[in-house]
Design a protein around this ligand. Structure first.
Ligand SMILES: C[S@@+](CC[C@H](N)C(=O)[O-])C[C@H]1O[C@@H](n2cnc3c(N)ncnc32)[C@H](O)[C@@H]1O
Length: 188
């Protein structure tokens, strides 16, 4: 794994802290490792994340972007998590790679620069996923990907969204049953 010691130590720390926190809701480590590798596969330069929390998934994205020369734009509505994740990115040596946005993703997404290579949708309210998708889709480059978390853990909440993504003529969409389960939608 191409993650340096400084970043890995913060990943290890947050992975331990998940056991003591009831508001982290972070992705399983194996999912982070998969997404990290995916960022390399498409040589991602701009990644947009809805739902920063304490920065666990963002550390995997940003570690890849450090090597590709890109930027992570990550959004959270919680001020506490905005500050905590920002500190974690800095401690991980990724402060220059990550732009933290504080606010509702619905308001922030349209303000972000494109073209976007990858969007990761991981807000709390899974019913909002289609809305986030529609806001980021115009900025996504052709061949870019939207990953939507929790297909295995929240199948009922995401059923309509998965139908929506799979019925689009301008997209190819399939589930990756790893970690929480991720719907992977590629823009054609
Ligand atoms: C599932 S957690 C994200 C976990 C993170 N992606 C990780 O794996 O480390 C969801 C986060 O979305 C944030 N959130 C909830 N509603 C939001 C909104 N409307 N806009 C932006 N963030 C939101 C919550 O504060 C919470 O931290």
């Amino acid at each position: 794994m191409h993650i340096d010691k400084q970043t890995l130590s913060v990943i290890d720390e947050l992975d331990e802290l998940r056991k003591t926190r009831d508001d982290a809701w972070q992705i399983p480590r194996i999912e982070g490792e998969l997404l990290h590798q995916f960022a390399f596969a498409c040589n991602a330069k701009v990644i947009v994340e809805v739902g920063t929390s304490y920065g666990f998934s963002g550390l995997f994205w940003a570690a890849a972007l450090k090597r590709t020369g890109g930027t992570l734009h990550t959004i959270d509505i919680s001020e506490k998590k905005f500050h905590a994740s920002q500190a974690n990115f800095r401690r991980a040596g990724l402060g220059d790679i990550v732009v933290n946005h504080l606010g509702d993703a619905v308001a922030v997404l349209p303000t972000l620069p494109g073209p976007v290579d990858i969007a990761f949708l991981d807000g709390i309210d899974k019913k909002q996923s289609q809305r986030y998708f529609e806001l980021v889709w115009p900025a996504l480059r052709r061949g870019g990907s939207v990953f939507t978390d929790n297909t295995q853990t929240h199948p009922d909440e995401l059923a309509d969204y998965m139908k929506f993504a799979r019925s689009r003529p301008d997209a190819l969409s399939t589930e990756i049953p790893v970690g929480n389960g991720v719907e992977w939608t590629v823009k054609l």
